[in-house]
Write a protein that binds this ligand. Structure first.
Ligand code: G3I
Length: 303
């Protein structure tokens, strides 16, 4: 019988992975990526330090390579990320005031225009809140208070009116001070007519710690008139069995499927071989590309 793949069952939601172009020459990596997924997110290649390492000197080669891989394999592409406190090159962090504002707008305009037509959704702003729901101290907040958020969405929309524009964060998967702050911001931006279309829930999770109110929390956001997506899923084994990890993956997929407007799930790297998590085993495939029980569990949950 012909083996089924995630994407064969991804009718209601897309199923994606973060990918890195450096690994595409590893044939096991590229063949699993192409066979299983119908969406990808460049893990690092669209971040500011990668695309504009010095002012006006844009480097799109590695990101273009992933876009091409995605297009050849029928994948949606999520763009990640335009405005973030991290991976900001030093030439930017030395700026302030109007110069910094102009630089942010130029960066967004240039990057979004370059990829126009090939990006399904952009993570426009990433990780702007602290755990207590206050705004994170960052180059952006410290210079502009909260206004950079709406300005970033407006600039992205002007450059590509067809892309879905997202705000993205972690530890917002359940109801808490941080997700309440995110909820209130999305509500406010919507009421102001700011072009925001989605909320990304990163979902860096661990076995035994899958929020029981994940679906309920997603649903309160969709009630505001935005899409939601699980954008960076990984589940640390946390000393538990691979079967327990499989059940946890299944639960998250089912949480998304149970919410109208949850459009897809992206895993933050499918193999432990290249995962950003090195202290645990959080991916569906192990470091030798052997499928863990999570693979069959995800496939079953998608059906
Ligand atoms: O590309 C350089 C390479 O030239 C250099 O030799 C090497 C030496 O350290 O570093 C390489 O860059 C690293 C890059 O990953 C590519 O491997 C950076 O140091 C390293 O900080 C970077 O880590 C990434 C991290 O974001 C920071 O940008 C991880 O791969 C990536 O998985 C992680 O992803 C983030 C999401 O963007 C946002 N949400 C959390 C998530 C996990 O931290």
């Amino acid at each position: 019988s012909i083996a089924a793949h995630f994407k064969d069952h991804a009718n209601k939601i897309y199923i994606g992975s973060a990918l890195a172009p450096d690994h595409l020459s590893d044939s096991q990596y590229s063949s699993i990526a192409a066979a299983e997924f119908n969406s990808l997110t460049p893990e690092n290649e669209m971040k500011w330090d990668a695309v504009e390492p010095s002012q006006g000197n844009y480097n799109y080669g590695p990101a273009d390579q992933l876009v091409q891989f995605g297009q050849q394999n029928g994948m949606k592409i999520r763009g990640h990320t335009l405005v973030w406190h991290s991976q900001v090159p030093s030439w930017v962090s030395g700026l302030s005031g109007d110069t910094l504002h102009q630089t942010m707008i130029s960066h967004i305009t240039n990057v979004v225009t370059h990829f126009k037509g090939s990006i399904y959704a952009w993570d426009v702003v990433n990780e702007i809140f602290n755990e207590d729901g206050s705004y994170r101290s960052s180059l952006w907040y410290n210079n502009f208070q909260t206004s950079f958020v709406a300005d970033a969405f407006q600039a992205a929309a002007a450059a590509d009116p067809s892309a879905k524009l997202y705000i993205n964060d972690y530890n917002v998967e359940y109801t808490n001070a941080k997700s309440n702050a995110l909820y209130n911001l999305v509500k406010e931006l919507k009421s102001q007519g700011v072009p925001i279309h989605g909320v990304g829930f990163q979902s860096h999770l661990a076995v035994g710690q899958i929020p029981s109110d994940f679906a309920t929390n997603l649903a309160r956001f969709t009630a505001l008139g935005v899409d939601v997506a699980i954008t960076e899923l990984d589940i640390k084994q946390n000393g538990q069995s691979q079967d327990a990890q499989a059940a946890a993956y299944s639960e998250v997929i089912k949480d998304c499927l149970s919410v109208n407007g949850c459009v897809g799930v992206t895993i933050w790297g499918f193999t432990d071989k290249y995962s950003w998590i090195s202290s645990d085993t959080a991916c569906p495939w192990d470091s030798n590309y052997q499928a863990k029980p999570a693979v069959a569990a995800i496939e079953a949950a998608l059906q």
